[in-house]
Design a protein around this ligand. Structure first.
Ligand SMILES: *[C@@H]1O[C@H](CO)[C@@H](O)[C@H](O)[C@H]1NC(C)=O
Ligand SMILES: *[C@@H]1O[C@H](CO)[C@@H](O)[C@H](O)[C@H]1NC(C)=O
Ligand SMILES: *[C@@H]1O[C@H](CO)[C@@H](O)[C@H](O)[C@H]1NC(C)=O
Ligand SMILES: *[C@@H]1O[C@H](CO)[C@@H](O)[C@H](O)[C@H]1NC(C)=O
Ligand SMILES: *[C@@H]1O[C@H](CO)[C@@H](O)[C@H](O)[C@H]1NC(C)=O
Ligand SMILES: *[C@@H]1O[C@H](CO)[C@@H](O)[C@H](O)[C@H]1NC(C)=O
Ligand SMILES: *[C@@H]1O[C@H](CO)[C@@H](O)[C@H](O)[C@H]1NC(C)=O
Length: 634
């Protein structure tokens, strides 16, 4: 291997100067000068420059010389490379060697042609000045045989920083001049080639310098140096594979994307770098996957909303670090909304109903009651309904709904409003020929106690008077019916009073003529109950008569279509039927109660005759139904 000890280009004059210097130093001594090492490509030739000297006083008549191979001592019989006295050379060297200069002029330069690897080694020169004046110089040349040129490359080739490759070939044969060229340089960026000749220790080297700006695509590319000799077929090549170091580059990564719950998502990150990079998939700061690889795939199975977020692929090697991020949006139907738990408020209170959910995209949310939308927000996940002053109408079931293109969900909330009684406008009295029937319809929460008052008669009748009052409950509405029988002056004042913890409401019940076609028009609905009570003011005679076969149904007429305002408070036909059944047992109890009570009052006679209370069809008029029991007090 040829080693350049100096990069300085030395011209011929300098060489001569050194020669003269050496000559001066060794003048008049046994001494020789030749390069310590000299190289040549095989099949070419080499000329080993050589000079020697001997003591001046010898004044030889003839000067001869011998070149030995590998040993300075003739008694070892080393192969004779070249001998000036005779032509007895070793067979290996026959016809391949010659002296280049004149031995007389102390020029011992040796030329060897058609070099083969077997002649690599040490070459010694022996001067023969006749007689005993023979001397083998210890100075010798080592011949090195190369099979191809050398190419020097910097220890590291970095992308985008100019480098220089050097091709070197020994040039030590005067009649064989090497010619250097580069192969595979066409695609190299900004490449240029310079030639140079260098001398070191008397040996010559031809250099060809290739400069270029390495790019990423040059990594792994082969460039070669070719040596040829004009007028010969000799050709030598040395190739070098470029190892272009560069920071990672993310060449492929998914762009931001939308997916739906349950999907299988595969994200890829393709990295080019030299050396190989550590590639990492991160979600925010969390490492999901890491590998030293050129291609890192991240698989997300059964995607859920928790996978929603920013994913980053980071690639790093000792030359740099890069990253690329993408957003993964997981679309999903809104979750079941979270709502207030059911609440109880008092009329007049301030109330807020809050509902929240989660969905992607943000849903449209509504708060509804009775199919009516009370509030709606679009693309929000929270909704707040404010009721500054609660009233009885606000009682009920509220629904919170949330919807986006991926689905729908809802939750409900039940609000109970407590409020003072309200006597509904339908409350009234109907006077028959000799009976009066009053209905007092009260809405309240909690339930009110209803009392009928007849101030003119100094009478207060409440529900405990089972015989006179029948009440039916339906939600927050109580319909209490008072039935009176007897001769009454037309202008009897009947008040209905309703009381619960929030207050008392009293209303004079207006009289309504039964001759109006209203009843017939609307017809009775469901079970109708009648209690007929005769109240005789003054002396009382009560006569009771138990009726065993009480399987009849009584009727109470009420309009089919009550005013819309509280329509919903009326039960359906079905419920009324149920009430009817209940009534059978109730009426039996009532009879007992009535009897007990009346006996308490020291009643001497009571007669309640239900015998005529047979089943009536729904179209029977009130008057026809107005059967009665007599209560007589002596
Ligand atoms: C020896 O002689 C040759 C031929 O004349 C010449 O080219 C060469 O430079 C000489 N070498 C030295 C070392 O003087
Ligand atoms: C990510 O990109 C790769 C390659 O282009 C593709 O095969 C894959 O389906 C993409 N992933 C998603 C979730 O789109
Ligand atoms: C997907 O995830 C959901 C909830 O995270 C789970 O209920 C479901 O069973 C999963 N499906 C599969 C196929 O793993
Ligand atoms: C990605 O690169 C940017 C700058 O290029 C840097 O600010 C950021 O911190 C990097 N992110 C990660 C996760 O490395
Ligand atoms: C409903 O919840 C919200 C928030 O939690 C609260 O401010 C509000 O008072 C609650 N309303 C009721 C009626 O409980
Ligand atoms: C009602 O009772 C009061 C006293 O309790 C009495 O003064 C009044 O005369 C009575 N009225 C009738 C109509 O009986
Ligand atoms: C109902 O009337 C009875 C007797 O008439 C009475 O004892 C009771 O206190 C009254 N109840 C109400 C709530 O007024």
């Amino acid at each position: 291997m040829l080693v350049l000890k100096t990069q300085v280009m030395v011209n011929l004059q300098t060489t001569l100067f050194i020669w003269l210097l050496i000559k001066g130093v060794f003048c008049g001594q046994w001494a020789a000068w030749m390069p310590q090492t000299i190289s040549a490509l095989q099949e070419t030739c080499v000329a080993i420059p050589c000079r020697f000297d001997y003591p001046e006083e010898l004044r030889p008549s003839s000067v001869h010389g011998i070149w030995y191979f590998n040993s300075p001592y003739p008694k070892n019989h080393p192969p004779v490379v070249l001998k000036s006295k005779t032509s007895t050379t070793h067979e290996t060297y026959q016809g391949r060697t010659k002296f280049l200069g004149e031995l007389q002029q102390k020029n011992c330069s040796l030329q060897i042609e058609r070099i083969t690897t077997d002649i690599q080694g040490k070459y010694y020169f022996r001067a023969d000045l006749g007689g005993y004046n023979q001397y083998t110089f210890s100075e010798h040349s080592i011949l090195e045989i190369m099979d191809k040129p050398s190419v020097l490359s910097p220890p590291e080739i970095l992308i985008d920083s100019e480098i220089e490759l050097t091709c070197l070939v020994p040039d030590n044969c005067p009649n064989m001049k090497p010619s250097l060229s580069w192969l595979g340089v066409e695609g190299l960026r900004q490449h240029s080639i310079f030639g140079r000749l260098e001398e070191d220790d008397g040996t010559w080297t031809v250099l060809s310098l290739l400069r270029f700006l390495p790019s990423q695509k040059d990594n792994g590319h082969r460039v070669g140096c070719k040596v040829s000799y004009p007028d010969t077929v000799l050709e030598y090549h040395r190739f070098l594979t470029l190892d272009v170091k560069h920071a990672p580059k993310i060449v492929e990564v998914n762009s931001s994307l939308e997916t739906t719950e349950g999907a299988h998502v595969v994200l890829i990150c393709v990295v080019e770098s030299n050396p190989i990079s550590q590639v990492t998939w991160l979600k925010y700061e969390t490492i999901l996957k890491q590998e030293a690889s050129g291609n890192l795939t991240l698989e997300l199975d059964n995607v859920s909303n928790s996978h929603d977020g920013i994913y980053t692929c980071v690639a790093e090697n000792e030359y740099g670090k890069v990253n690329k991020s993408l957003g993964l949006a997981v679309m999903y139907a809104p979750w079941k909304p979270t709502m207030n738990s059911s609440a109880l408020v008092v009329e007049g209170d301030y109330l807020t109903i809050f509902c929240s959910t989660q969905g992607n995209p943000e849903p449209i949310m509504s708060i509804m009651k009775d199919q009516m939308v009370l509030k709606r927000v679009v693309y929000e996940s929270e909704i707040l309904l404010e009721i500054p002053v609660v009233n009885d109408e606000d009682d009920g079931e509220y629904w919170c709904t949330a919807e986006n293109q991926y689905g729908y969900s809802n939750s409900s909330f039940s609000l109970t409003v407590e409020f003072a009684p309200v006597v509904l406008p339908d409350s009234k009295c109907t006077a028959g020929r000799d009976s009066v029937q009053c209905i007092c319809i009260v809405k309240s929460n909690p339930e009110s106690t209803i009392v009928f008052e007849l101030p003119n008669r100094n009478l207060t009748i409440n529900e405990t008077d089972r015989g006179f009052v029948y009440s039916e409950r339906n939600g927050y509405t109580i319909s209490s019916v008072l039935s009176l029988r007897g001769e009454m002056e037309s202008e009897i004042l009947i008040l209905c009073s309703a009381t619960n913890i929030y207050g008392t409401k009293m209303k004079e019940l207006p009289f309504h003529s039964p001759s109006s076609q209203l009843w017939a028009k609307f017809g009775p609905v469901g079970a109708v109950f009648v209690f007929v009570i005769l109240i005789a003011v003054g002396g009382y005679m009560i006569k009771t008569r138990k009726k065993d076969t009480m399987n009849e149904s009584s009727s109470f007429i009420q309009p089919e279509n009550p005013p819309v305002a509280y329509r919903s408070d009326y039960t359906t036909q079905k419920n009324l039927e149920k009430s009817e059944n209940e009534f059978h047992s109730i009426s039996e109890k009532m009879l007992l109660n009535q009897r007990e009570r009346l006996s308490d009052l020291d009643v001497s006679y009571a007669n309640i005759d239900f015998s005529k209370l047979c089943m009536k069809d729904s179209y029977t008029s009130t008057e026809e139904l107005a059967e009665y029991a007599e209560i007589r007090v002596k």
